[in-house]
Design a protein around this ligand. Structure first.
Ligand code: OGA
Ligand code: MN
Length: 274
């Protein structure tokens, strides 16, 4: 007789183009191999997964991230950083100095660290303090965006590459990084659109005019609400996303409000390919 191990995990899809809540997991405790496998599969299926009401330390967030790869120190320096794999996203200032990155302004659609040769694969974000208004984060399903394009557009994009560059010049690597406009996910093998308004500069091999026109047209598609899931943050949310199939944007929020998020990232392990 075999004893089936009952999993306590419940996967609740958001009902939008991507995203699912994972219930029945306490991220402070070790997770069984079977449950980890289910969680990893949910991330492949839904691209964004989240766990509510978690109370985790920085170390526990790093440990949990290890189920998806090797979390590494962000490319950018940050002060007061006992646990190197944690990167603070915050507008809060202490002694006049921001304790984290990204301030309170809007951040338009991007895939993390796409300006690096081996960009972000998986990122996690844990909500410690959230503003009373604004600061929501929205993800889009880049498989569905690609799929929705006309055959003519798909043909135009085939084999094309685009330059990605951080808008703060000093944060870029020495080399000029270009990435495939359409990338294939190494696990699902599905193509997705890999250009966005925030970090993509231009498409190579066409005139600047044509590149601008294509990116403008794609930008309009990216912003169609049917491709999006908008996350309404609550303190204690831990969200995981796959940058190889999604992009995300953040709404602005009032400078007078506090927002503190902790982030881990897996990058530097894969070169995107079409
Ligand atoms: C990020 C990011 C969005 C947010 O950490 O990569 O884009 O909501 N953050 O803070
Ligand atoms: Mn980001």
């Amino acid at each position: 007789m075999t004893t089936a191990v009952q999993s306590s995990i419940i996967i609740v899809p958001t009902g939008y183009a991507l995203g699912a809540e994972i219930q029945g997991v306490d991220l402070r405790s070790p997770i069984s191999e079977a449950d980890v496998a289910q969680i990893r599969q949910a991330l492949l299926d839904y691209m964004v997964i989240f766990f509510r009401d978690q109370q985790i330390s920085e170390q526990q967030q790093v440990e949990f991230t290890r189920h998806f790869g090797i979390p590494i120190e962000h490319v950018r320096e940050q002060r007061d950083r006992p646990i190197k794999e944690i990167f603070v996203i915050s507008n809060v200032k202490e002694n006049g100095e921001p304790i984290g990155a990204l301030g309170n302004d809007e951040i338009s659609y991007h895939s993390d660290l796409s300006y690096m040769r081996k960009p972000g694969t998986i990122s996690t974000l844990y909500a410690v303090e959230i503003p009373s208004t604004g600061g929501q984060t929205e993800w889009v399903n880049c498989y569905a965006i690609y799929e929705s394009l006309s055959d003519e557009m798909k043909t135009r994009l085939k084999g094309k590459r685009a330059v990605h560059r951080h808008y703060v010049e000093s944060q870029n690597p020495q080399e000029l990084v270009d990435q495939p406009v359409v990338r294939r996910h190494p696990q699902t093998n599905k193509p997705s659109l890999f250009v966005g308004p925030h970090l993509t500069k231009n498409i190579l091999g066409v005139s600047q005019e044509e590149s601008d026109a294509i990116l403008k047209e794609l930008n309009e598609v990216i912003h169609q609400p049917r491709f999006a899931y908008r996350h309404h943050w609550r303190v204690g949310d831990l969200l995981v996303w796959d940058n190889r199939a999604t992009m995300h944007r953040r709404e602005p929020f009032p400078a007078t409000e506090r927002r503190i998020m902790k982030r881990t990232q897996i990058f530097n392990d894969e070169i995107p390919y079409e």
